[in-house]
Design a protein. Structure first.
Length: 215
C-alpha cells in the first residue's frame, strides 16, 4: 500500500494519461473505422480497393512496428515536432481503426439489402443511405464487438509507455527502476487497468440495453 500512497501523484498522472490516450485513440479509430467501412461497401471500386488495403496492411502489421514508424518516420518525413502523445494516438488509432472497420462492416451486412434498395428507390444517395438507413440499424449489432475492441485498445496503450508517453506502464517502469517491489507495482497498475476496462464494459452494456429498448 505504501508504494501507492507514497507515489500517488505518479499513479494519478499515469492513470489520467492512459485515460487520455485511450479516449483520443478510440475516437480516432471510431471515425476512421466507420469511414473505411463505408469505403469497403462503396459502389466505387477505387474506394473498395483503398479500404481493403487499409484493413489488410494495418491488421497484419505488429502494433510495435507502427509505433516505431510513428515515432521515427513520421516526425522526420511528414509532421516534424509532433508530441509523443499525438504520435502514440495516431499509431493506436490507425491500428484499431482496421478492427473497428471490420466490426462495422459485419454489422452493415446484417441489415437486409431491401433497406438499401428501398432508399435508392426514393432517390437517396449511397452516403445518405449509409448514414440514415443502414448504420443506425447496424449499430446494435456492432456494439458488442466494439466493446472488446476498445478494451483491447486500453491494454495496447501500455506500449506508449515505452515511447516517452506518460501513462500507467511508464509509471511501473519508473518505480521499478527506483527499486520498488515490482509485484506491488504491477498489482496497482493492473487494478487501474481493470477500472478502465470495467468502465468501458459498463458503458457498452448501458448502450446495448438502450438500443434494445429503442428497437
Amino acid at each position: 500500500m505504501n508504494v501507492l500512497l507514497d507515489h500517488f501523484p505518479e499513479f494519478r498522472d499515469g492513470f489520467l494519461g492512459t485515460l487520455a490516450i485511450t479516449a483520443a485513440s478510440a475516437l480516432l479509430a471510431l471515425v476512421l473505422g466507420i469511414l473505411i467501412a463505408g469505403f469497403r461497401v462503396s459502389p466505387i471500386p477505387p474506394l473498395r480497393v483503398f479500404g481493403t488495403a487499409w484493413v489488410t496492411v494495418l491488421r497484419n502489421t505488429p502494433l510495435t512496428l507502427l509505433f516505431l514508424v510513428a515515432f521515427f518516420v513520421v516526425p522526420q518525413v511528414l509532421i516534424p515536432g509532433t508530441s509523443p502523445f499525438m504520435l502514440a494516438t495516431l499509431a493506436l488509432g490507425f491500428y484499431t481503426s482496421s478492427f473497428v472497420c471490420e466490426a462495422v462492416r459485419s454489422g452493415i451486412s446484417t441489415v437486409p439489402i431491401g433497406q438499401a434498395e428501398a432508399a435508392r428507390s426514393l432517390g437517396m444517395t449511397f452516403s445518405q443511405t449509409l448514414r440514415m438507413i443502414v448504420l443506425p440499424q447496424a449499430t446494435r449489432t456492432v456494439l458488442p464487438p466494439l466493446s472488446s475492441i476498445f478494451i483491447a485498445l486500453t491494454k495496447n496503450s501500455a506500449i506508449a509507455g515505452a515511447f516517452s508517453v506518460a501513462e500507467l506502464f511508464s509509471v511501473s517502469k519508473l518505480l521499478s527502476d527506483k527499486g520498488f517491489a515490482i509485484g506491488w507495482i504491477f498489482l496497482w497498475i493492473a487494478l487501474a487497468y481493470l477500472v478502465i476496462t470495467f468502465a468501458i464494459s459498463g458503458l457498452f452494456r448501458v448502450l446495448e440495453r438502450r438500443m434494445g429498448v429503442a428497437r
